[in-house]
Design a binder for this molecule. Structure first.
Ligand code: IVH
Length: 663
């Protein structure tokens, strides 16, 4: 029992601390998901051990903060919070409990997106804006009237007859995604501390001491509820919103009145899909009983109304520790730093890596090993680091000057390039990567020739150039770890079979800069054999409609490069096919490719994706196996995503899928 009490005390203290960080400083140390997990833990302990219950617990009051830097304003009606649900089932059981209370009524529900901003309360006296306040602790807010007056969506005078004499309106102050990006860029160019997300930016901008700063921040406002109203009565939430629109407020476009859970559920699907394409951030939906009379009957707890619930979308951000900054050398010599993270769950997926793009990005973030960082996973699968939440490291990260593999100096090839490159053609790390690429499924497709095998063969000095692959024999494999007779024989066979791949595959396998699968196909179709490629001029390449200047130059440089020509000669001597016969490459783009879909897709339905894949000659399978070519992962991707990672299968998000199909 003592342990339980002390855990409850710790949780209450922690939550109070995080509330102040979130509401007062706009610098949360943990993500919303992690905050919600702490609340849930405390709630369940308090429920299980009522002995330790307390009316002062953060679970029993509206979380918020009233800073002494602003004048206090007492709300006429307290500003409450909302109870959250995190799944369709949880929302359905709230819906079930609610309709049960009104057995004979045909209940309507009004649903609106939950805007990820800061709530504000406005009061109008006979149609004139008198005060603007933050939510504060729910009872008392902070006076931000002058700042509120700078927001263009908030009318100073309501343009309508028969106005309420006293009108207390509540809504969400937010900042558009594009304006948020611009603001952060601006802050960064002035060496300031960027905001982690639009919500923090809105909150920070709204609680400025100087209203001129607020005015520059392009804040927006949506109405969602009301406090005290004198001199007017509404029957429904939908009617109230419409009235506000007539008064001159802007409403959200996505709003729906539903009469069944099926309709609610369909709206959830629609909004989950639409979420990323909206101009502003939403973190869920708010479902409200539409009738104000029934809302009154249901009433509220100290903390939240019983007539409404928030259905929270999966979080996009989480905090974790950056364990190491790993520096890898890519196939083309690009030196790419990436972050190895303490594993953390984000929208149902365990994340242990994040991209860091380049050294400028590390400098911009001022991040180093050991720091606690905020990561974000949007449409794309690989998460990025948004900012450092807590500086734990003492030093700055030192960018390397030399290639971690061959120790030669790394360079920027031209002024415009951001990334550094190792230009040593004999760099072992590049060669290893190139080998991996050469044998990969979309290139020469040598089954069984994986990373582990490459590492063993390199260790045993069996591979010095690409063509060495074709001189490997049974005895080279049989002594290796985990190799038995059958596996060794299969590999010999797979290597031999790969010699017959069409020219398009070979061009792709050669790893020419900027030349992907699609361009390889186009080039192979045009030139038909390696000889014509070796003789081609820059003009011959530029003439191809799909090929621009950069690509043409890259192709020309490659095919006239002595070292590349030597590699090709060696492959010819090893018996590798150098022609593209008409029959080989006439298939559709996804011919023979197997896709597996996992998680909730946001932009397309599964049916639509399946239709696209099939129309391009591919297949959609239900389980991930070694035969899978791509796993298309949405949010909440679970075991299939993990399995794909374990099998080293390419995992793509919707954005990459669009690139594949050229949208
Ligand atoms: S209705 C009693 N509707 O979410 C509170 N709130 O987490 C009634 N919010 O404090 C609020 N979008 O600031 C409502 N469409 C919406 C909303 C919304 C965002 C905020 C609001 C509230 C918080 C609760």
């Amino acid at each position: 029992m003592k342990n339980i009490q002390s855990r409850i005390d710790i949780l209450r203290k922690e939550l109070t601390r995080h509330n102040a960080l979130y509401y007062d400083k706009n610098e949360p140390e943990i993500s919303d998901d992690q905050y919600d997990a702490l609340v849930k833990e405390l709630e369940s302990l308090e429920q299980k051990y009522p002995l330790f219950a307390s009316g002062k617990s953060p679970t029993k009051k509206v979380s918020g903060y009233v800073s002494s830097s602003f004048q206090p304003i007492k709300h006429a009606v307290p500003m409450l919070s909302l109870d959250n649900t995190y799944s369709r089932e949880e929302t359905k059981s709230w819906y079930g409990r609610t309709i049960k209370k009104f057995a004979n009524k045909n209940l309507e529900f009004a649903i609106e997106p939950k805007v990820d901003g800061v709530s504000a309360s406005l009061t109008y006296l006979n149609g004139v804006l008198i005060t603007g306040a933050t939510r504060g602790d729910g009872e008392t807010g902070e006076d931000i009237t002058e700042n509120i007056k700078t927001i263009q969506d908030i009318p100073n005078k309501l343009k309508i007859k028969n106005l309420p004499t006293f009108f207390e309106l509540r809504g969400e102050v937010y900042i558009d995604k594009p304006d948020f990006e611009k603001l952060n860029k601006n802050i960064s160019s002035l060496d300031g501390q960027e905001f982690a997300n639009p919500r923090n930016a809105a909150s920070g901008s709204l609680r400025q001491k100087n209203p001129r700063v607020t005015a520059e921040r392009k804040l927006r406002f949506f109405i969602h509820s009301f406090g005290k109203i004198d001199g007017k009565q509404f029957e429904k939430q939908s009617e109230f919103l419409k009235y506000c629109q007539d008064c001159g407020f802007t409403l959200q476009n996505d709003f729906k009145v539903c009469s069944s859970f099926k309709e609610i559920s369909e709206f959830m699907d629609l909004m989950l899909e639409k979420r990323d394409s909206l101009n502003y951030e939403i973190d869920g939906l708010v479902i409200k009983v539409n009738s104000l009379n029934l809302q009154n009957k249901l009433g509220s707890t100290n903390k939240s109304p019983r007539w409404a619930v928030a259905f929270k979308f999966p979080a996009k951000q989480a905090t974790t520790k950056l364990i190491t900054i790993r520096i890898q050398v890519g196939r083309t010599g690009i030196i790419a730093p990436s972050a190895i993270l303490e594993p953390v769950t984000l929208s149902g997926v365990t994340i242990s890596h994040a991209t860091l793009h380049n050294f400028e990005e590390i400098e911009r973030l001022n991040v180093n090993e050991g720091d606690i960082v905020l990561i974000e996973r949007a449409g794309d699968v690989i998460p990025k680091i948004v900012k450092v939440i807590k500086k734990e490291s003492e030093n700055f990260f030192k960018s390397p000057k030399y290639c971690p593999s061959c120790n030669s100096e790394i360079v920027k090839e031209n002024e415009k390039e951001i990334g550094y490159r190792c230009i040593n053609p004999e760099c072992p790390a590049q060669f290893r990567r190139h080998l991996m690429h050469f044998v990969s499924r979309n290139a020469m497709d040598i089954e069984g020739f994986g990373k582990a095998l490459i590492d063993q063969l390199l260790e045993k000095n069996k591979l010095h150039k690409l063509s060495d692959i074709y001189h490997l024999i049974y005895s080279d494999f049989i002594d290796l770890e985990l190799f038995k007779d059958k596996k060794a024989n299969n590999l010999v066979k797979a290597i031999s079979e790969s010699k017959a791949r069409p020219l398009s595959k070979l061009i792709f396998a050669l790893g020419i800069r900027h030349v992907g699968e699609k361009v390889s196909g186009i080039v192979a179709k045009r030139f038909k054999n390696m000889n014509s490629l070796l003789l081609a001029s820059l003009e011959d390449f530029s003439k191809i409609p799909e090929i621009g200047n950069v690509l043409a130059l890259s192709l020309k440089n490659f095919f006239e490069n002595e070292a590349a020509r030597y590699v090709i000669e060696e492959l010819v001597s090893a018996g590798v096919n150098m022609i593209e016969s008409e029959s080989i490459n006439k298939g559709l783009q996804f011919e023979g490719r197997i896709f597996v879909l996992t998680g909730e897709l946001e932009k397309y339905t599964r049916e639509k994706v399946t239709e696209i894949i099939k129309s391009l000659g591919g297949k959609v399978a239900s389980a991930v196996s070694k035969k899978t070519d791509y796993v298309l992962a949405g949010i909440n991707a679970g075991s299939k995503f993990e399995k794909a990672k374990a099998l080293n299968i390419k995992v793509i998000g919707e954005a990459e899928f669009e690139k594949l199909i050229n949208i």
